[in-house]
Design a protein around this ligand. Structure first.
Ligand code: PMP
Length: 443
């Protein structure tokens, strides 16, 4: 059993989780609005399963960081060995950095052969912005409204999600220029002409910058509309926008922190879906399976522009342990064929969810692909009025049935399904069965 493998037993005197939640509030974290009122206190995990302090099992459907699954002994063993041998922020552990960087570059499109290792997605986005500024010589950045790119100062500035931060537009620095997000489900432009409408919004924004005497430095976007549950961008959108940006000397940043690294199943990178090659890729989350690890992948001449500007260095980014984590994650992904599993299990799950959509009018749409799916709940399929309270109640019921799932999206009416990529078909069916039960009972 997982407990035997991990060598842990159930704690008989487990503290009450709501008491711990109260204590946690003192830890200076902003409590998320989509917490359960009485969340389980998770103690350990095994593959796609989590266990609370009372030994109760849950299916983890929202973990887009731990892509291998929880409690992977092969990863634990490799990390332990490296910790015992060397983990230092010395700049002289070239071998591990070189080997891991080579492997990352080999996964990226040709020409993107230069890698800088950091500790998180937010840091990767900050560095990507600095690269765009240094290489283009201009600070103006286009970003998408309702996107999320991180919480450090610069990555937060390009995160203009009003749901995450209602003051985002007032407090954003003047180098950030948000444009309409290409949400083809509930955005301003839907259907056939959506691409043109959203591209026109970019053309207008660029004109606004240029009319004010400015020049464009770059464009940052996820290659799938992530915040709303993985809605594909309208066909040709990124091709058009990348062209407009590059014509002006700006750089195109693909934020692959969430959607890249095999999660989409059918593609390793999200931008492949749009047939584009970015100038800068940011990656994190799954590449470390939860260990702090992120990277920026770019072209040599772009990296050179920033290096010319002077010194930058991350004390723990690219440590020997981080590199071993990164390489072992890639080994396990390859050996366990996780991207293939994301594709096949994801297709299977999507078909099951679509079948629920036929029966229950509250299911407005099933977005996404691979193991990055979004189930959007609406009160009315015509007006698309978001079923926000209902989504929260559905999540509470799912928790009772042993499924961890939280509402997301700007209206908190989307179940963003992003389990570990090792999700078994039985687990996918269990999730669909439980959802079916909840919807049959209540909606
Ligand atoms: N970019 C995207 C698209 C993300 O989803 C996230 C995290 N949710 C980040 C950047 C920031 O990553 P991190 O939390 O590792 O700093």
């Amino acid at each position: 059993s997982p407990s035997q493998l991990l060598g842990v037993g159930v704690d008989a005197q487990a503290p009450e989780s709501h008491a711990l939640l109260e204590r946690r509030k003192k830890s200076f974290a902003k409590p998320q609005k989509n917490y359960y009122a009485d969340p389980p206190q998770i103690e350990r995990g095994w593959r796609e399963h989590l266990f609370d302090v009372n030994g109760r099992a849950y299916l983890d459907m929202v973990n887009n960081v731990t892509i291998l699954g929880h409690g992977n002994p092969r990863l634990a063993e490799a990390v332990g060995r490296q910790w015992a041998m060397l983990n230092t922020n010395s700049r002289f552990h070239y071998a591990a950095v070189a080997e891991f960087s080579d492997r990352l570059a080999s996964l990226a499109p040709e020409g993107l052969d230069t890698v800088f290792l950091v500790n998180s997605g937010s840091e990767a986005v900050d560095l990507a912005l600095r690269l765009a500024w240094a290489h283009s010589g201009h600070r103006n950045i286009l970003s998408l409204l309702e996107a999320y790119h991180g919480w450090t100062v610069a990555s937060d500035a390009v995160s203009t999600s009003l749901a995450d931060n209602p003051r985002a537009l007032e407090t954003r620095p003047d180098w950030v220029h948000p444009v309409l997000s290409p949400n083809t489900y509930r955005g301003k432009h839907r259907g056939e002409d959506a691409t043109d409408g959203y591209v026109q919004a970019v053309i207008d924004k660029i004109a606004e910058i240029e009319n004010a005497g400015g020049q464009l430095g770059g464009f940052i976007a996820e290659s799938v509309y992530g915040n709303a549950g993985g809605i594909p961008l309208p066909p040709g959108y990124l091709q058009e926008v990348y062209k407009l940006v590059r014509e002006r000397g700006g750089l195109c940043i693909a934020d692959e922190v969430q959607v890249g690294y095999g999660r989409l199943g059918h593609h390793f990178w999200g931008f492949e879906q749009q047939g584009v090659v970015p100038d800068i890729i940011t990656v994190a989350k799954g590449m470390g399976n939860g260990h702090p690890l992120g990277a920026v992948i770019t072209r040599r001449e772009i990296a050179d522009s920033l290096e010319k500007e002077g010194y930058f260095f991350s004390s723990s980014g690219g440590s020997p342990v981080s590199c071993v984590v990164g390489m072992t994650v890639l080994d396990i992904m390859r050996d366990e064929k996780l991207q293939l599993n994301a594709r096949d299990t994801g297709d299977h799950l999507k078909a099951r969810l679509e079948a629920l959509g036929q029966r229950f009018p509250i299911v407005g749409a099933v977005h996404g692909m691979g193991l990055y799916l979004g189930l959007e709940f609406v009160r009315d399929r015509e007006t698309l009025e978001p079923a926000t309270e209902e989504t929260s109640a559905i999540c509470d019921r799912l928790l009772d049935l042993g499924v961890i799932m939280q509402p997301t999206g700007d209206h908190l009416n989307v179940l963003k399904i992003k389990p570990p990529l090792c999700l078994g078909k039985e687990s996918a069916d269990f999730f669909a069965d439980m959802l079916e039960k909840v919807l049959s009972d209540g909606w």
